[in-house]
Write a protein that binds this ligand. Structure first.
Ligand code: CUA
Length: 315
């Protein structure tokens, strides 16, 4: 376990963090040492030979070379790069060979949020909940452009591409909450494409999984919709206070006429809302960019119903 906060990196929270840090600081300190030696040489030689008289005929004395010096500045850096290569290769293999007994989570990136699908049907947005001390394999893909899944505390970063899966894994070593960032410029709100990894105990994780599937039961559709509005990240693009964001505000729109980008007008009703959630490109509100991702396959009917109920309740 490595939880030491270092000068340049946040406290490590995964099994790989210690290895990455050790190599990283080896390279940093070796670079500083070489920089120091070169700087010393420049200053020392500059002072030593400053203003020295030239030979009588004005020429520089014949200097051929120094075998000892040349061997030293060839062999020492060669040894350093070999150390970094072998060491780096080992850590790289450790990061890329996924252990056998893993829990697999599907990660989907899209402008501008992360969604996580767990094996038993639970799904979350912008929050990855994992048990402590259990290797987690992430199977990742993007619905639009290239993103990059980055958890600084875990020292993992992997590109997330459309039309292809990429893989990474980690094993968390400390209970807590860690930043997820997108490390590939992916548009306007790239910098807001943030999430959290919440590491909990094995028991808490089981409880969370069980309760995760039951949010719908018991809650009223409006309350469930309100929760989904946050957990499915609708709020990252839609305000409910009448102000425009990436998308139109969603309060007080039901029953009203809305001009579309094509020039026609529609009345906002349940079917229009449903279509806008599942096929957002089909009727774009005038004045907005067609950037909303489809929620087809990410929401079941009950969840769509709940979101519509919530939007209808907004005045
Ligand atoms: Cu997604 Cu930057």
């Amino acid at each position: 376990m490595d939880t030491t906060e270092t000068l340049l990196l946040p406290p490590g929270g995964s099994t790989i963090a210690g290895d990455v840090d050790a190599l990283f600081y080896f390279i940093v300190y070796a670079s500083i040492a070489i920089f120091g030696i070169v700087l010393f040489g420049i200053v020392y030689l500059g002072l030593k030979y400053r203003g020295r008289k030239a030979a009588a005929d004005g020429t520089t004395p014949g200097i051929t070379h120094s075998t000892r010096l040349e061997l030293a500045w060839s062999i020492i850096p060669a040894i350093l790069v070999i150390i970094v290569f072998v060491w780096g290769f080992n850590v790289y293999m450790k990061m890329n060979i996924i252990p056998g007994d893993v829990m697999e989570v599907k990660v989907t990136a899209q402008k501008w949020f992360w969604s996580f699908d767990y094996p038993d049907g639970v799904n979350t947005v912008n929050e990855l909940v994992v048990p402590l001390g259990k290797p987690v394999k992430l199977l990742m893909s993007s619905r639009d452009v290239i993103h990059s899944f980055y958890v600084p505390a875990f020292r993992i970063k992997m590109d997330v591409l459309p039309n292809r899966y990429t893989l990474t894994w980690f094993e968390a070593t400390a209970i807590g909450s860690y930043d997820i960032m997108c490390a590939e410029f992916c548009g306007d709100r790239h910098s807001e494409m943030l999430g959290r990894v919440r590491v909990v105990s094995e028991r808490e994780y089981k409880e969370w999984l069980e309760s995760g599937t039951e949010t719908a039961e018991g809650a009223t559709p409006v309350d469930y919709g309100r929760a989904l509005f946050r957990t499915k990240a609708c709020h990252t693009c839609h305000n409910v206070d009448g102000t425009s964001a990436v998308g139109p505000a969603l309060n007080g729109i039901v029953g009203k006429q809305r001009p579309l980008a094509g020039g026609e007008r529609v009345t906002v009703d349940e079917n229009y809302l449903r279509e806008s959630i599942l096929e957002p490109q089909s009727s774009i509100a005038a004045g907005y960019q067609p950037v909303m991702p489809t929620y087809q396959g990410m929401l079941n009917d009950k969840q769509v119903d709940a979101l519509i109920a919530y939007i209808k309740s907004l005045k």
